[in-house]
Ligand binder design. Sequence first.
Ligand code: ALG
Ligand code: ZN
Ligand code: ZN
Length: 313
Amino acid sequence: MIQGPVDSSRVPRFAGPATFARLPRLDQVSTVDVAVVGVPFDSGVSYRPGARFGPAAVREASRLLRPYHPALDVSPFERAQVVDAGDIACNPMDIGEAIGTVQREAGELLDNGARLITVGGDHTIALPLLRAVAQRHGPVALLHFDAHLDTWDSYFGSAYTHGTPFRRAVEEGLLDTSALCHVGIRGPLYSRGDLAEDLALGFGIVTASDVLRKGLDEVIGGLRQRIGDRPLYVSVDIDVLDPAHAPGTGTPEAGGLTSRELLEILRGLAGTNLVSADVVEVAPAYDHAEITSIAASHVAYDLVSLLAMGTGS
Ligand SMILES: N=C(N)NCCCC(=O)O
Ligand SMILES: [Zn+2]
Ligand SMILES: [Zn+2]
């Protein structure tokens, strides 16, 4: 029998320790369809640190989520067994070891039949998550929501950073290179060559400006066409949002999406073959009034809802 969240009409939603959306913990259920798992790791950042505190902040901000999603017309926690699988504890002093830990523990959850919504943590963790997913589904389509390309080659000689996960993922054959797109790209680059290299890897780009000028329907239509019915991984760097909508992040760039635009695009993915997703780069120390962690908790809720809608199909 599916176990839902704590009933907020009986137990005030501000009481007790936080799990995502007040859902049961992994050890409180016998089967799992969707697991929300934290990765408190930020040793791969190039600018402001602090995303290691993201999972805890997103759980706190998720206390107000309610069980019915009107825009998608789904009660995700009735449709699927959704749990909070806690945090993957990884070594903050050794990026290589941490990547191995994330790959192994995410893989164990996937092997137990769960699809994952991972809450970071910095964007480095997308690489081991994609490794774990591709091992089970083969190369996946990728929608990457971000201000940044994250296909750079290295930082300070290091190949494994939050600016490089998607170049590594293409090199390792984890992605279906006919079905890749960044959404929300903006801001200064190192050179024009960044775009040429990104294109050569197979990525399409929907800029933040495209979202404004083309509008949501055209953008959603184009994305759906590109990914088709392939197994799809969605990676959301919260800095895809304008700093007005997500100040609490490590590498903010002006001119981003509103949280309303991002949620609309995610809802436009209903019916696609989403297999797992992440929400990364929430750094609560730079946040105000929980703006960023509230936005991230709603993004995670929409992703959980999309996964729950696909459960059993
Ligand atoms: N993945 C995120 N958030 N940022 C990457 C920025 C890399 C840079 O400092 O140029
Ligand atoms: Zn970014
Ligand atoms: Zn990123």
